[in-house]
Design a protein around this ligand. Structure first.
Ligand code: NAD
Length: 461
């Protein structure tokens, strides 16, 4: 059992804390947000993440997990401190390291004996050295190591991702620190999880390089989708066939309204700044970011194309979080698309299974469910592919809407089925004519294997 402190109880910190406690360690989670701590103290989880409430409760009951605002005593008694505070973009898009620096300084004040300071937060290359300098300046005699252990979990499947990761990346500069980190992750050895042992700078870069690559895949398939719209092809079929190539893989090949969330938008910008600082022009990345901005606006254009002048029109929006199974709306496409529709004079009725308010956006009528949102609507827009929107009763919608228009920003519906109810339909990259009976075929027999070509899950970021 290792004594661990996790600073920051957000999506990453709380999941890390709960999972490391579940691995059998004694974990103290620290936050400076009193309200959050009060809720955690009452057994509540301050955000939506499937399975987390149960995992936290179980490990608290077994005495392995606790919460405090007292960083001093938590750090004093532990061998390893994980920093999992936010690294949001500043106004220029650089990763704002203010919280990381603050925490590093506080750790320096209170650490007692050899301590390993681990960055779980996504931080630019060189941050490990910055943390070392902060600690060394305050405590020249301190015995410590700084380790980079970036996190790759996805909100909505965070516990599974942490417990069964594709790989664990550990950047360290001493055997002592590396050995301790490997001990922490030993429970994953049973699963044969690859452990990448590397330098701190490499580990910091691996995280940005991975996220930027995934963002690039999304922007790439969105470009293909736009081209499919222009030439009359179906991006769903194309993406699925591309994904069958093991070199490409089917993940993150889902056309949609552009990536959002708390990671891809900020990490792509931060990597661009890292490159700029290093005197390197990262051209692909610039295009990835630009394509993503344009993609969100294309959704508005699609709605306008099918609905005409938006002045006074009622638009029903289904889903506002950046992806399903999270309450996170940071950088969600809804934050750009809804105000843009409002600017054109549209009235917005919205529903989301978890969220009923958006920061900085007013004038939205929040509804109880998809059907309530559709009442009197001139257009229904699927923006986030929550499961409950996958099997809508189109006959019922028909009776509720003023005009029968559906814009499917996640390509989850079958255009043929929707049109058969009399709706005008637009997906993303699906402006094609069914010129052959198998054009929309859902199953393809390939070398004796049946490959499901059915409706796809939306882009995850
Ligand atoms: P978050 O905003 O949900 O949580 C950050 C927490 O840190 C908050 O609870 C805040 O109160 C706390 N905090 C800030 N300053 C503090 C201080 N001085 N002392 C104690 N607590 C403090 O952030 P998040 O989404 O968990 O992201 C954390 C980091 O992990 C970021 O660098 C992010 O890029 C990275 N990351 C996030 C995800 C994700 O899906 N959210 C995935 C992988 C990596």
């Amino acid at each position: 059992m290792i004594n661990i402190t996790v600073v920051g109880t957000g999506y990453v910190g709380l999941v890390t804390g709960a999972c490391l406690a579940d691995f059998g360690n004694r974990v103290v989670c620290v936050d400076n947000d009193r309200k959050k701590l009060d809720r955690l103290g009452q057994g509540e989880i301050p955000f939506y993440e499937p399975g987390l409430k149960e995992l936290v409760a179980m490990n608290r009951e077994r005495g392995r997990l606790s919460f405090t605002s007292d960083l001093a005593s938590a750090v004093k008694d532990c061998e390893v401190v994980f920093i999992a505070v936010g690294t949001p973009p500043d106004e220029d898009g650089h990763a704002d390291l203010r919280y990381v620096r603050e925490v590093a300084a506080a750790i320096a004040e209170h650490m007692d004996g050899y301590t390993i300071v681990v960055t779980k937060s996504t931080v630019p290359t060189g941050t490990g050295s910055v943390i070392s300098s902060i600690i060394r300046e305050r405590r020249p005699e301190a015995q410590f190591d700084v380790v980079s252990n970036p996190e790759f979990l996805r909100e909505g499947s965070a516990i599974g991702d942490f417990m069964r990761p594709d790989r664990v990346v550990i950047g360290a500069s001493t055997e002592r620190a590396m050995d301790m980190m490997e001990k922490i992750y030993r429970p994953l050895y049973l699963l044969r999880t690859p452990i990448v042992r590397t330098t701190v700078t490499n580990a910091e870069m691996i995280k940005y390089a991975s996220n930027a690559f995934l963002a690039m895949k999304i922007s790439y398939i969105n470009e293909i989708a736009n081209l499919c719209d222009a030439v009359g092809a179906d991006v769903n079929v194309i993406a699925r066939a591309m994904g069958l190539d093991g070199r490409i893989s089917s993940k993150f090949l889902h056309a949609g309204p552009g990536y959002g969330g708390s990671c891809f938008p900020k990490d792509t910008l931060a990597l661009m700044h890292i490159a700029e600082k290093a005197g390197y022009e990262f051209r692909i990345l610039k295009a990835v970011v630009e394509v993503n901005r344009r993609q969100q606006m294309r959704m508005v254009e699609k709605i306008r194309q099918l609905s005409g002048d938006l002045k006074g029109k009622s638009i029903a929006i289904l889903g506002v979080t950046f992806k399903p199974n999270t309450d996170d709306v940071r950088e969600a496409p809804s934050l750009t698309i809804i105000p843009e529709l409002q600017k054109h004079g549209a009235k917005i009725r919205a529903h989301d299974p978890i969220v009923a308010a958006l920061p900085g956006i007013s004038g939205v009528t929040w509804c109880n469910d998809a059907y309530h949102a559709a009442e009197g609507a001139d257009c229904l827009v699927l923006l986030t592919e929550w499961n409950e929107y996958r099997n809508l009763e189109f006959e019922r919608l028909k009776g509720l809407m003023r005009r029968l228009v559906i814009v499917d920003c996640r390509n989850v519906y079958d255009p043929r089925e929707i049109r058969s109810f009399g709706f005008a339909y637009s997906g993303v990259g699906r402006s094609f004519e069914a010129t052959a009976p198998w054009a929309l075929q859902e199953v393809v027999v390939h070398d004796g294997d049946v490959v499901d070509m059915g409706l796809q899950h939306g882009a995850r970021s």
